[in-house]
Design a protein. Structure first.
Length: 346
């Protein structure tokens, strides 16, 4: 029987890139705490294409793995701590079989189709980046050729170096640095140490040079955000935690403008969280359409997400007041609390 435990489920619908009229695919995964070690355990996982199941996985209380493919099912003992989608089990597909008559090794067509769909799905999900920049990490030297910016800012200097090898990208980077920081930056340098690692150094108009060791946390975070979007390994989805951290309030409007400009190019999606009422005042009307409030009701363990435009009468209220003041006064929280009570009474 299925093993139920408190946890969370993530489900995403997508169409494959570069595939004309690609049918809708759905990938869903449920994660919870394993007993007794309290590690994260995969309890259910499913991939379907156009409504047809390609594979599904169900953990049971007997610690057996019920795995069902489009062409059959099989069981194993144990548990998954990593998604089955990218596990070694998937790497053994397709299953080969020997054709006695033809004397050749063939692949089961159904398994080949499943593997191809899995590979396409991984390619679709891979370009997702979740950033939580740590200033001490941004100050570490890095080796040339490391062009993927780490989640905490690993390879920061080498990513900026790669950007600067393209004169047009370097000019864009310099223009935004000039707008976003109080420094009068005219160039970037990347001196190396004895083992070949490089470290960002900015050159100001008066000739002064400032290395990443001496830059403020806010300046480093600004540069890291620029590097994330302008770097050679551009992602399709970005998640930025507490966007306003370390950023001077007078520069927040430029930061939101930069991110919205990147999104306007049409090939990326950005999700960012904030606790700043001031930042809310700088987002465009188009961004506001996609803004949501994350809140937690009294005496409830779980947080909830409420799309702002779905709060009753908010459009009329915004015509008389602005979003930052509504947020500061607690109007948004009061509204969703009222909605919850009304739903309970219905």
């Amino acid at each position: 029987m299925p093993y139920t435990i408190p946890g969370f489920t993530i489900e995403v619908d997508f169409s494959l890139q570069n595939v004309p009229a690609s049918p809708l695919s759905t990938y869903a995964i449920r994660v919870g705490l394993a007993k007794p070690d309290n590690g994260l355990l995969i309890y259910t996982e499913k991939l379907s294409n156009n409504g047809q199941n390609l594979f599904s996985y169900q953990y049971t209380d007997s610690e057996s793995l019920n795995i069902e493919f489009a062409d059959g099912a099989w069981n194993e003992s144990g548990r998954f701590y990593q998604p089955f989608l990218s596990s070694e089990w998937m790497q053994i597909l397709p299953t080969p079989f020997w054709d006695e008559e033809g004397g050749e090794l063939h692949m089961v067509d159904e398994d080949r189709a499943v593997q191809q769909q899995v590979e396409d799905t991984l390619k679709q999900l891979k370009p997702m980046r979740f950033f939580d920049f740590v200033p001490d990490t941004l100050r570490r030297p890095s080796f040339l050729g490391q062009t993927v910016l780490g989640d905490n800012g690993e390879n920061f200097s080498s990513v900026l170096y790669a950007i600067c090898q393209n004169p047009q990208q370097k000019e864009i980077l310099l223009s935004w640095v000039e707008e976003l920081t109080p420094m009068d930056v005219v160039d970037f340098e990347f001196p190396s140490d004895q083992i070949g690692r490089i470290l960002l150094t900015v050159v100001e108009r008066n000739g002064q040079r400032i290395s990443a060791y001496s830059m403020s946390d806010g300046t480093l975070r600004f540069l890291a955000i620029l590097a994330a979007f302008l770097g050679p390994e551009r992602a399709k989805f970005y998640f930025l935690e507490e966007l306003e951290n370390g950023i001077h309030p007078t520069r927040l409007h430029l930061l939101t403008q930069f991110i919205e400009n990147q999104v306007a190019q049409g090939d990326i999606q950005v999700v960012a969280t904030t606790h700043s009422p001031q930042l809310l005042g700088f987002i465009s009307d188009d961004t506001l359409k996609h803004a949501s409030l994350i809140y937690r009701l009294e005496n409830q363990a779980d947080a909830h997400i409420q799309r702002l435009y779905d709060i009753p009468h908010i459009m009329e209220v915004l015509q008389e007041d602005d979003l930052p003041r509504l947020y500061e006064r607690g109007w948004l929280e009061n509204s969703v609390h009222f909605m919850q009570k009304k739903a309970q009474q219905a």
